[in-house]
Design a protein. Structure first.
Length: 250
């Protein structure tokens, strides 16, 4: 029985490996050359405005087109820097506190901050948060919003004052120049932030830093203005001064 499969067709032209194939390789070579030219074109695209070129690339597109920067400035326009002030911040105490809830305890941190400008303006803030930095930030913001002016006299207090807050009791006495701030803990932090340089203090009650700090703050709020007090009494200001006026001052 004869084979039913057709005979293979043989091409009369050159084979794949012949000259025609060589031309095809040459064409591939030209294609590679074209690719090389394409690469060269890509190289030229960099200086003309590519990604890293000096043209209108990605880095300079926003500079050339201010409208493109609007998306990077935020919804409210360009970000504004917080104004720099001369306030001095002191951390009095950082304590871990716990709140009893259903199922256990929730721990957090409590920060007590004193902020003052050293010229009679002072504020105290208390902040609680799960993180220490958040507690400090809250306390600082609270202290800045609750700042008050204190009546001082020649870097000391004009008269003796005693104040009680909770279980703490603090006594403040004016001191002559050169004495310094005889205090410690939260009492010293409040006095230094307020700008007091010479004062005598005594803690007569509880040793709690928070209560002593608030007692000192309330004591400074009770200080009187000597000019108004002298006018009310009908006396001279020098007669109410705790110490003689320093030599050389008018």
């Amino acid at each position: 029985m004869a084979d039913a499969r057709p005979n293979p067709i043989r091409r009369s032209g050159p084979s794949a490996g012949g000259p025609g194939g060589g031309n095809r390789s040459s064409g591939g070579g030209n294609r590679s050359s074209g690719g090389g030219n394409r690469s060269a074109g890509g190289g030229n695209r960099g200086p003309g405005g590519g990604r890293g070129g000096p043209g209108s690339g990605r880095g300079n597109a926003n500079a050339a087109n201010p409208a493109a920067n609007m998306g990077n400035e935020g919804r409210g326009g360009p970000r504004q820097e917080r104004p720099v002030d001369d306030f001095e911040q002191k951390i009095v105490d950082i304590t871990r506190v716990a709140k009893v809830i259903k199922g256990g305890r929730r721990f957090a941190f409590r920060a007590l901050i004193v902020v003052g400008d050293g010229k009679g303006k002072i504020g105290i803030g208390l902040g609680r948060a799960r993180a220490v930095q958040d507690a400090i930030r809250k306390a600082t913001d609270s202290a800045r919003t609750s700042m008050k002016q204190v009546h001082l006299l020649d870097h000391t207090i004009p008269h003796e004052v005693i104040m009680k807050y909770g279980g703490a009791k603090v006594l403040l006495k004016p001191a002559s120049p050169g004495t310094g701030v005889i205090a410690g803990g939260g009492v010293r932090a409040v006095l230094v932030a307020a700008g007091v340089q010479n004062v005598l203090t005594k803690s007569l009650g509880s040793g709690s830093k928070m209560n002593a700090t608030y007692a000192t703050f309330d004591a400074l709020m009770q200080l009187k203005n000597l000019d108004e007090e002298a006018k009310r009494r009908g006396k001279e200001v020098d007669a109410l001064r705790p110490f003689p006026k320093p030599v050389g001052e008018a």
